[in-house]
Design a protein around this ligand. Structure first.
Ligand code: URA
Length: 231
């Protein structure tokens, strides 16, 4: 089996585990866990904030108005959601769409780390403040850092972080739409490693999340199953 197929299988096992997750109280109010969706071997991973009502109902990320705008932004750069992976900081809907709480982000963080380690994207495009601060580990907000690529390691995996405004923000503040479109326009070159402003990370073949006792995902010596060090 190819390395990508092994990682895709491990991602599906992670999804199965997630669907039964009770790590935080958000599990009590959810209808569905929104694991994420897309190409398990994508070079481009989007990370949003948390599921809303439509996502909670359908189990799919970004299916409401913000999702429609995300589809349009992707179409604007000649891409579709089938070519990328879309995930969120939180996998369960906070009641009334309130902001994620620090303890909820902490308890869900490992799942996103596993996803990054298994998908191994070149570029992680964070949508809005919560995802950006989680991945950068820095306090600077999205209005300061949007459109600025930053090579980082997230849970040991080297990726190019590329923060942009959350599409929902552009629904309320139309002026942000132009900014989002401009930032999106740079994505194809960043993903291709052709944008000199964003040094493309050299993601080693066997990069993975260094969870306890686990070798890198997909390595022959250690099946990706064992990478799921969360449970
Ligand atoms: N907003 C998000 O951040 N994520 C979703 O999945 C939907 C809306």
């Amino acid at each position: 089996m190819s390395d990508a197929a092994v990682r895709a299988q491990a991602l599906e096992r992670l999804a199965e585990h997630l669907r039964g997750c009770t790590r935080c109280p958000l599990s009590e109010g959810r209808t569905t866990v929104v694991v994420g969706a897309g190409d398990p071997d994508a070079d481009l991973l989007f990370v949003g904030e948390a599921p809303g009502a439509n996502e909670d109902r359908t189990g799919l990320p970004f299916v409401g108005q913000a999702g429609k705008l995300l589809d349009e932004l992707l179409a604007g750069i000649g891409m579709s959601r089938e070519q990328v992976f879309i995930a969120n900081v939180l996998k369960c809907r906070p009641p009334g769409n309130r902001d994620p709480r620090p303890e909820e982000i902490d308890s869900c963080r490992g799942y996103l780390e596993e996803q990054v380690g298994l998908i191994r994207p070149r570029v992680v495009c964070t949508l809005g403040n919560f995802a950006t601060k989680l991945l950068s580990g820095r306090p600077e907000g999205i209005s300061k850092v949007h459109g600025q690529p930053l090579p980082i390691a997230f849970a040991g995996v080297p990726v190019l972080l590329y923060p942009v405004y959350h599409p929902a923000a552009a629904l309320y503040t139309r002026a942000m739409l132009g900014s989002l479109q401009e930032d999106f326009a740079r994505l194809p070159a960043l993903v291709a490693g052709a944008d000199p402003g964003g040094a493309a990370p050299d993601v080693p073949e066997a990069a993975g999340v260094p969870t306890a006792g686990a070798a890198p995902a997909g390595s022959a010596a250690d099946p990706a199953t064992e990478q799921l060090g969360l449970f």
